[in-house]
Design a protein around this ligand. Structure first.
Ligand SMILES: NC(=O)c1ccc[n+]([C@@H]2O[C@H](COP(=O)([O-])OP(=O)(O)OC[C@H]3O[C@@H](n4cnc5c(N)ncnc54)[C@H](O)[C@@H]3O)[C@@H](O)[C@H]2O)c1
Length: 362
């Protein structure tokens, strides 16, 4: 029998929209196709007994006046969200978006585009308890350190697992790891490593160079997009953790120091939720002969993240049911850029599968 997982969301932006639409998209597939082992866009239709439609969204928090107070099925299409629509009409979800504390969620750029709802914030801990949320998925804007800590603290008080999609370091920080372990709760993160995104491609290519005996001399990764994530990231003051997260994932693939520059690079409004990434790697192979690789990758950003968070949420539920607590190492290494333990992609994936199959403790 399928296991249900009750999920709360903090930040009803493009990523939340893609994940929610995606669970409906797969639910609407005909039975025969649903049970194909290699269903398009998913690593597994059934992951440890959990199918996409077993993910139940029970609570949602935001601060934007276009979203607070709306049913979640409407809020995911409210401006300034601009990702693509993959479902026709969404049924009402009967989950009203509640207002959380703003803290540092709306930075100086976002405040030009987003008006904060005038209503009073709810008690997030109480809302998590009342809805029986098992996992809170954190989708706040980059640079929301205090905001992220506030949702993590609410999870600790409510008895809810924390899955951190953003580059603020919770699951990868001993203080927070111990706090979750101490309460018998799990945490996973930090900063989603998208399904076929810049980070997994870049780290895999650097690993390939190294494995093939090619010396990596220098590398960069530039990223542009036209959504609020990229608009917010024009503020370099909010980017410290994002640059660390993205750079450390690639740097860990070489056993020597490589000069590199990696991060969000500009906002191009007409790209909407498309993200374009340029990767360049220069190196030397046999006889010191130079080699150069240049790559362009274009994706719809939010769906690229949803293809991974759908696994992170399901795996967190598996961990909860096994009575595990503290940071989830294999899930985090597979699904996130800045995990507690960094691993090459292929190792992370096989550890993740072993975890799901019950052959690995965490
Ligand atoms: N491929 C990807 O898209 C990807 C990959 C890795 C990480 N991320 C990260 O995931 C996060 C979400 O991305 P997105 O594209 O959905 O961003 P978004 O800007 O579309 O959504 C963020 C949402 O958070 C809300 N918010 C701001 N402060 C809040 C608060 N205090 N409480 C509750 N809600 C608040 C905003 O109003 C907005 O609705 C970003 O930090 C992004 O960098 C995205």
């Amino acid at each position: 029998m399928a296991k249900k997982v009750k999920v709360a969301i903090a930040g009803v932006g493009n990523c939340a929209s893609a994940l929610i639409q995606g669970t409906r998209y797969y639910k609407n597939k005909p039975d025969a196709a649903r049970h194909a082992d290699d269903w398009i866009g998913l690593t597994a239709y059934n992951l440890g007994g959990i199918e996409p439609s077993d993910i139940e969204f029970v609570a949602a928090f935001d601060v934007a006046d276009t979203k607070v107070g709306k049913d979640l099925s409407e809020a995911i299409f409210a401006k300034p969200n601009n990702t693509v629509k993959i479902v026709g009409e969404m049924d009402r979800m009967e989950v009203k978006v509640q207002k959380g504390e703003v803290h540092d969620g709306i930075g100086r750029h976002l405040s030009e585009k987003v008006k904060v709802a005038s209503s009073a914030p709810v008690n997030v801990t109480q809302a998590l308890k009342d809805t029986g949320a098992e996992v809170l998925l954190n989708y706040l804007p980059v640079g929301s350190r205090r905001g992220t800590q506030y949702y993590a603290e609410s999870c600790l008080d409510a008895g809810c697992a924390f899955v951190n999609a953003i580059p603020v370091f919770i699951a990868s920080t001993p203080k927070w790891q111990q706090a979750f372990e101490g309460k018998g709760l799990v945490c996973a993160g930090d900063d989603v490593m998208s399904q076929l995104g810049a980070t997994v491609v870049h780290k895999t290519l650097v690993k390939l160079f190294v494995d093939r005996g090619v010396k990596v001399d220098e590398t960069y990764q530039l990223n542009i997009g036209g959504d609020m994530d990229f608009y917010n990231m024009l503020d370099e003051d909010r980017l410290e953790d994002k640059r660390i997260s993205k750079t450390s994932a690639v740097a860990a693939m070489a056993p020597y120091e490589v000069p590199m520059r990696i991060g969000p690079s500009d906002y191009v409004s007409f790209l909407d939720n498309d993200k374009v990434c340029y990767i360049s790697i220069k190196g030397e192979y046999f006889g010191g002969i130079p080699v150069e690789l240049d790559l362009k990758l274009k994706v719809v950003d939010a769906y690229n993240s949803a293809g991974v968070t759908i696994d992170a949420v399901r795996a967190a539920k598996i961990a909860i049911d096994r009575g595990i607590s503290g940071p989830l190492e294999s899930i985090s290494a597979y699904c996130f850029k800045h995990p507690p333990i960094q691993m090459p992609y292929s190792v992370a994936k096989s550890n993740f599968i072993e975890f799901v199959e019950g052959k690995r403790e965490r």
